[in-house]
Design a protein around this ligand. Structure first.
Ligand code: NCD
Ligand code: ZN
Length: 368
């Protein structure tokens, strides 16, 4: 579902690349619909980067131990609010980590009380801190029925955990084996297929009712393919899950994000790990991109000639899916000289490598 032909300029935006020497766009403040903020020593530093760029974020629950109850989510939300920079209006939107033992009553009450904005399905063993995840999705049916009734979206890490399935095929196989049957069993359930990485996922999402199925797309999957993992040696700082795929998949993601299609919206999957945990014989999966995410997305949209669709992707499609208002506060981004991101961000847990995309970062927020 593309935006109507001719609808290429963001509503109310001041945007004229040709006429201005320093092009600018003005849009509602973007949101991040998939984010890892961590906790304790790491939370403050990474939260400051997100709060500087985004008005709201869907906060992933894969802490140790995971956020599995409404009470745990309330406590985590308090820790996030306490760690916010003074005067920040950033709003964390909390999620529940589904397990084999999730209590549908607690989940529904958490949704009703405005604690939970969504719940997250991690197949057990699929990614970082997913050991407590769901071992058999069929056993989740009572929980999914309660979520359908409560209108609570299901966020999905869409990879099968199966050693006989090649790691580069796990997303496409998940759609066929798990997601499509699940959606048939629960036709009223609203689902976000998180951090899509393949042409198959793009096509699958596109073919569904956008009120029932959507997808987030990360900045890194828009700019790297799987070659980046092995460029001159093994590159732990571009290792994440789902892992980057072939170039043809990257191109499908760029096309989807830049099309203005309501099914697709911004989710950074910014996932900080310390440099020590990444540069390791068994390095953790996850890329910390909060510092460079918006500039990376803007560079991709500009290169695709699609800046007019950036507002849909970054500011409108996410709220439309979640039934939330578009942010009233507006922000301006200007295109100027290339800027260098910091190589690392210091956190209380140790330094974290900042994602440096393989392109020039020329866009940044300018004072309102
Ligand atoms: C995430 C993390 O580190 O928590 N890692 C990642 O590679 N994306 C978990 C996830 O979203 O899969
Ligand atoms: Zn994630």
């Amino acid at each position: 579902m593309r935006a109507p032909a001719g609808d290429t300029a963001p509503r109310g935006a001041c945007y004229s690349l040709a006429a201005m020497s320093l092009p600018e766009i003005e849009i509602p403040c973007p949101d991040d619909w998939h984010l890892h903020l961590r906790d304790a020593d790491m939370l403050g530093a990474v939260l400051a980067d997100t709060a500087a760029a985004f008005a709201r974020a869907i906060v992933m629950p894969n802490l140790k131990p995971p956020v599995t109850t409404a009470a745990m989510a309330v406590a985590y939300r308090e820790r996030i609010r306490a760690a916010l920079p003074t005067a920040s209006a950033f709003e964390p939107l909390m999620t529940c980590y589904l397990t084999d033992n999730t209590d549908p009553g607690d989940l529904a009450a958490g949704a009703r009380d405005g604690v939970f904005t969504a719940a997250k399905l991690y197949p057990a063993g699929a990614t970082t801190n997913s050991d407590a995840g769901v071992t058999d999705v069929a056993r989740l049916d009572p929980v999914l029925a309660a979520m359908s009734a409560a209108g609570l979206p299901l966020l999905v890490h869409g990879e099968v955990v199966d050693d006989t399935v090649d790691i580069f095929d796990r997303e496409a196989v998940f759609i066929e084996r798990v997601l499509e049957p699940l959606r048939r069993r629960h036709p009223g359930l609203r689902v976000v297929l998180e951090h899509v990485t393949t042409a198959e996922a793009v096509a699958y999402v596109r073919g569904a009712d956008p009120a029932r199925l959507a997808a987030t797309i990360t900045p890194h999957h828009l700019v790297i393919n799987r070659n980046a993992l092995f460029a001159g040696g093994i590159r732990p700082h571009v290792y994440c899950l789902p892992v980057a795929k072939r170039e043809r998949h990257r191109l499908a993601l760029v096309e989807a994000a830049c099309s203005g299609d309501v099914h697709f919206f911004l989710g950074t999957d910014s996932a900080p790990h310390t440099v020590a945990a990444k540069e390791n014989a068994c390095g953790c999966a996850g890329i910390y991109n909060s510092v460079t995410a918006l500039a990376t997305y803007l560079a991709v949209f500009e290169a695709a000639g699609a800046l007019g669709h950036f507002e849909a992707f970054a500011c409108r499609n996410g709220p439309a899916f979640y039934g939330l208002p578009v942010n009233a506060r507006r922000v301006r981004f200007g295109r100027g000289a290339a800027w260098q991101p910091p190589a690392q961000r210091a956190t209380g847990a140790g330094p974290v490598q900042v994602f440096a995309p393989p392109l020039e970062l020329c866009w940044q927020q300018v004072a309102g």
